[in-house]
Design a protein around this ligand. Structure first.
Ligand code: FAD
Length: 386
């Protein structure tokens, strides 16, 4: 059993970390304040091979595994949760999904611009009335008409939705068959009848655009079916496992950064004539934060390695992925709040990155399936329930 990252993964982590510190850190506060997506970062990330991290080079990708993606999103999240979330939605929810389920023609057409960062990707599953019950509550329909499907419905909370060029979208092709009547489609921004009805104003992850999308009689060629007709639930569920394993890296980056900033502050901030790090109550808080971050780190990395193995042999890893993101997300919220306590009044100011980390951390307990749904997945698998 290996407990160390190999040289390739270490190099990737350090390259992504150095890039994010140089290019993302100086922009992070302004991205949060303005709620503007930093589009210019995308081609730069494409050039570094970050956007197609899990896609083979013949489609413009870098040809690495899920662990590599987790290390990259962790490093980006140390400096901006917003850029990290948009990166995750692009590189994993859209690009990785397209590669895993696409035909050769679909891969060759859609992946190169997504990997280069000239196109932005998104995944649209959630609807206004279908959140946790994404399958049962789904109202989006796709009706076959000649060589096309005609799609009607609304998608909600779609990361990158307002700016995406390419979206993986789920719709019901045979609604009466519930989970056996869902199909995944590849949607393009310019398709007639496709509109972004709202860009949502959020508490955190500002600058990572989240949208409500409306499809009104959108004609989608049958050639844009991703996977098989009525087999979309397999695409969706395996995609959710992969998404949870990947996005857990964001929580890790947020928590790790909150700890780093707290250590520096505990060394610098003087009260009662000495650094606050000399006080045992602060030391206890830092030690507790460290133990949580490191526990989360190994659960998340181990799950990413399992995801990489599953990508090779098609195994499910639902319980493991749900556990990794559940634990990492809860840790990052707790650690971010502890960091605010250590920073005192200065941590509560908008000049400080701590408030942004708190706001960003909380989302990971909600998006990609809530903590409650993650617990349900873990428990049902432990109990052998369907
Ligand atoms: C910023 C942001 C980005 C997002 N990005 C995307 C994206 O890119 N693509 C996408 O498709 N979706 C995206 N989502 C949607 C996200 O996955 C959903 O918000 C999430 O699944 C929860 O759905 P909901 O918000 O409708 O909450 P609901 O399902 O209405 O849940 C409300 C509460 O009830 C609880 N609950 C529901 N059912 C149960 C149950 N059976 N047992 C116990 N408790 C239960 C929930 O845990 C929660 O606490 C995003 C959301 C946000 C906020």
């Amino acid at each position: 059993m290996e407990f160390e990252l190999d040289e390739t993964h270490r190099l990737l982590r350090d390259t992504a970390g150095a890039w994010a510190e140089r290019e993302v850190d100086p922009l992070a506060a302004a991205i949060d304040r303005s709620d503007e997506f930093p589009m210019h970062l995308w081609p730069a990330m494409g050039e570094l091979g970050l956007l197609g991290v899990t896609v083979p080079p013949e489609y413009g990708g870098a040809g690495f595994d899920t662990l590599a993606g987790v290390l990259i999103i962790e490093q980006i999240a140390r400096f901006s949760g917003s850029v990290a979330l948009s990166y995750g939605a692009h590189a994993n929810l859209c690009v990785n999904n397209l590669h895993r389920n696409g035909t050769e023609e679909q891969r060759r057409h859609y992946l190169p611009p997504l990997c280069a960062g000239t196109h932005v990707g998104a995944l649209a599953m959630t609807e206004p009335e279908a959140g946790s019950d994404a399958v049962g509550g789904m109202r989006m329909t796709a009706v076959r008409d000649g060589d096309d499907f005609v799609l009607n419905g609304t998608k909600m909370f779609i990361t990158n939705g307002p700016i995406a060029d390419t979206l993986v979208l789920y719709a019901k092709t045979t609604p009466e068959q519930r989970q056996h009547g869902i199909t995944a489609f590849i949607i393009e921004k310019g398709m007639a009848g496709f509109t972004v009805s709202r860009k949502l104003d959020k508490w955190g992850h500002r600058g990572s655009p989240t949208g409500e999308l409306v499809l009104e009689d959108v004609r989608v060629p049958a050639a844009n079916v991703l996977g098989e007709v009525n087999k979309g639930v397999a695409v969706m569920m395996s995609g959710l496992d992969s998404e949870r394993a990947f996005l857990a890296g964001e929580s890790l980056g947020l928590a790790g950064r909150a700890l780093e900033l707290s250590i520096s502050y505990a060394r610098e901030r003087q009260q009662f004539g000495q650094p606050i790090g000399n006080f045992q109550l602060i030391q206890g808080k830092l030690a507790g934060m460290y133990v949580q971050v490191e526990s989360a780190r190994w659960l998340v990395y181990r799950t990413a390695a399992a995801a990489a193995a599953a990508a090779r042999d098609g195994r499910r890893f639902g319980k493991e992925a749900a556990a990794a993101i559940m634990y990492a997300a809860e840790v990052s919220t707790r650690v971010a709040l502890d960091a605010m306590q250590i920073h005192g009044g200065y941590g509560y100011l908008n000049d400080s990155p701590i408030g942004r980390i708190v706001r960003d951390a909380k989302l990971l307990e909600i998006g990609a399936g809530t903590t409650e749904i993650r617990k349900t997945i873990i428990a049902r698998e432990l109990l052998g329930l369907r």
